[in-house]
Design a protein around this ligand. Sequence first.
Ligand code: F0G
Length: 463
Amino acid sequence: MKFRTVIEPFRIKSVERIRLTTEEERREFLHRAHYNPFLLHSDQVIIDLLTDSGTSAMSSEQWAGIMRGDESYAGASSWRRMEAAVHDLTGYPYVMPTHQGRAAEHLLYTRIGGKGKYFISNTHFDTTRANIEFSGATAIDCPIPEGRRPELVHPFKGNLDTQQLLTNIEKHGAENMAAVILTVTNNSGGGQPVSMENARAVSAICKKYGILFILDACRIAENAWFIKHREPGFREKTYRAIAQEMFSLADGCIFSAKKDALVNIGGFLALNNLELALQCRSVLIITEGYSTYGGLSGRDMEAIAIGLEEVFDADYLEYRIRSIGYLAEKLQEMGVPIMLPPGGHAVYVDAKAFYPHIPPEEYPGQALVCELYLKGGIRCCEIGSVMFGKYDEAGMLIPAQMELVRLAIPRRVYTQSHMDYVAETFSGLLEGRGAVAGFRITSEPPFLRHFTARFESLAEVCV
Ligand code: F0G
């Protein structure tokens, strides 16, 4: 018998209580959090879709590995296991453990960045951009045009526009290009995959001009699923072999282990080039820890080594991608405008289309994020003008390209009925959506403002 239902390929051994709050309670919690869900307490949340990062449920094998963790300062066996797992997967000889992805970004991008340098990416993730700009360099996003249109169906919307890459190399000079970063999958661009063909083309350009090519590879297993199922010539390859092929095209990678290594903390930088690796390693020892643990405990490294194996399990990846598709299809059937086709770790709702009456200066994504929390206790993240908006010289907002809201699905955490509940919440939001008001920012920090900015509802201002 052939089953249509893709079941969760695991049993639940330990559970975590969810506190079921009322709408009235949530109204108060949200007000106290200044309408920024990052400022809510986790026990005020029913379904937490803020991020898929560091929120995975670990397997019994990983917990067993945690007991085996070797906490020696130097040369721990857990480090050797993690190093071997990373080396085997990526092929890069120089591996540096870090406490998470952005620490790896900081090590590398502050070495190769600086004033007058340029980075080109399909889309820089917010911490990537922040690290690059912090170094004084410029980060330029060059997604393919299809990647900027939420309603358009394209198999590899995460691809980098190679024509734009060439134009930028010509304009700024190859010698001023610090690196090209391919983010797989393209998180800020909607969790969309990158094809092997695109990675090959980017690799060829980088080789020709002598530019460093880095993969931001934290969701590369999910990306491999899309390549296997959508790109000709990959049907017979394993997910792992597909990922290995992509790694072989680049000079190194940044990896936040909080995603596809299925752990709650950790990351690494891995490079081909010894000289660059030595420069990064010196800073690693000053800022993160000795080179055989970075910012990690032995048990963390043990869990990463195991997670990097488990994530390529075919049943797991099938379930993982299907669970995103399941929610996406339900929302689409209801008429909720979502980014198509759904990506690998999240469903992205087009808030501009959901609330066409709210202009970007009044942050339609933030309005949707707040409504989802109020009505369903669902926490999620705005990926639009709150996260990426900038101001011009006159202090006017330069809006982001898209106003998206990300429903990021933690790995192995929620079941199908949780997803049904999320869909039901949306059906409630569809009614009466014309009456929802936008927001104004009342305070914000200079970098990564979405984490701590405070908002005021324009509905309250009008009253
Ligand atoms: N690169 C990408 C593509 C990411 O998605 C993230 C984190 C990082 C780098 C930084 O890694 O968090 O371990 O320091 N993304 C999280 C998210 C925060 O919610 O998407 P980190």
